[in-house]
Design a protein. Structure first.
Length: 408
């Protein structure tokens, strides 16, 4: 696989004129995510059995090849054995929900330890959580439900692979298939929850539903806390390229880096599939803009047409640039990581994990866009590698090697 294969890629770029250059995190955004919420999530999750920081891998060989200073890849493929960063958000939100509901039932404020210890097993068994998913978030919610002892239903649309459905079922959840796309599965899950008095634990927010997604976003910031601890010499990156989806991940990373780094926060670039570009279109218009997905993207976890209402105010003010990429860039990027470039560690990265990196490589092959994005030999670029091979069969079909062969 040759880097030159990225030359001439079809890219869209929009520089955000609504970007807020202030080093101080906007006070009105604190109702979505603040330092207290981020610290609480970190202090809770690091106590879970099996917790370990995911590695921040230097891809200096690839960086040299494309003419940038350094690429730092946050590799989430082994997080809690679930294969993606989503393990941090969905399960944490399930825990927070159970604390809330058991506290209501008992009339006393209980703790996370009370839930984890099994002290309130009988009450928790009567609680059911539900969510819609492209795969990874549902796996996290199902894992959290099993871990903490409640019931779980996961709604999946026809574009989700059977391998990802089986991974969810392995944690005891019931999968319900939905005709239509991801956004339809979100609507159907919300309707089922209302009819049955179940609790939606979603990674997106919409009118009338915001509190639990805040917990999901807070859980994601465990990654950024780790990243700041892992930065070589403590020097912040100059750029972050992060994938879009509904915006929950991007919003969490953007907000927390703004909170933690202030004037040193990096240039923030969102990369999306051109087939599911709701954040790009929102950036163009300066307001939340949903899109109708006509064809599913290979980046299954990013196949979202409706923007998170929580994430959008953060992204409108905290994003420097919006980009879209074509699906044809994904397989080459996965293969580059699998083989390692000039001595780089070989990494198993799923289809959605490489969107940001695909955008970086393609942008450096386009001199005009590289200049607009400020990419040069002094750039240190942070990539959030959000997942490993969450469907090993699909991964092997794309890369030509099994995940086990790559790491061997």
């Amino acid at each position: 696989m040759n880097i030159q294969d990225f030359t001439g890629a079809t890219l869209q770029h929009h520089h955000n004129e609504s970007y807020d250059p202030s080093p101080d995190y906007a006070a009105e955004l604190s109702s979505v995510l603040d330092k207290k919420a981020c610290d609480a999530a970190y202090n809770t999750i690091v106590e879970w059995e099996g917790y370990a920081p995911s590695p921040l891998v230097s891809l200096s060989g690839l960086a040299n090849k494309i003419g940038v200073g350094e690429i730092l890849y946050k590799h989430e493929g082994e997080r809690f054995g679930l294969g993606s960063f989503k393990a941090l958000g969905g399960a944490y939100s399930v825990l927070k929900l159970l604390i809330q509901e058991v506290s209501k039932t008992t009339g006393q404020q209980i703790s996370a330890d009370d839930v984890i210890s099994g002290k309130y097993t009988d009450i928790i068994r009567g609680i059911t959580v539900i969510t819609a998913t492209d795969g990874n978030h549902g796996r996290s919610v199902a894992w959290g439900a099993q871990k903490f002892g409640c019931n779980c239903f996961i709604y999946m649309h026809a574009g989700v692979s059977s391998g990802r459905a089986k991974a969810v079922e392995a944690y005891g959840a019931t999968v319900v298939w939905v005709d239509g796309n991801y956004d339809q599965s979100v609507h159907d899950a919300a309707q089922a929850a209302a009819q049955n008095q179940w609790f939606v634990v979603s990674d997106t927010s919409y009118e009338g539903y915001t509190e639990l997604p805040k917990n999901v976003m807070a859980g994601y910031t465990v990654m950024t806390t780790e990243i700041i601890q892992q930065l070589p010499d403590g020097t912040p990156p100059t750029h972050v390229f992060v994938q879009g989806g509904v915006g929950g991940l991007a919003g969490a990373v953007c907000a927390h880096l703004w909170l933690q780094l202030g004037s040193e926060r990096p240039r923030f670039v969102i990369v999306e599939p051109d087939r599911a570009d709701c954040l790009f279109q929102s950036g163009l218009r300066g307001e939340m803009t949903d899109v109708s997905i006509q064809e599913e993207t290979i980046m299954a976890g990013l196949s979202c047409g409706e923007v998170s209402s929580l994430a959008w105010p953060i992204l409108l003010r905290g994003t420097n640039d919006f980009m879209t990429i074509e699906d044809d860039l994904i397989a080459p990027t996965m293969k580059l990581l699998a083989k390692g470039v000039d001595g780089d560690q070989r990494l198993v990265a799923g289809e959605s994990a490489v969107a940001g990196l695909s955008g970086v490589i393609a942008a450096t092959m386009n001199s005009d866009l590289a200049t607009k994005l400020g990419l040069d030999g002094s750039s240190t670029i942070l990539i959030i590698g959000t997942e490993g091979a969450t469907d090993p069969a699909i991964y092997e079909d794309i890369v030509g090697m099994s995940p086990a062969d790559v790491v061997a």
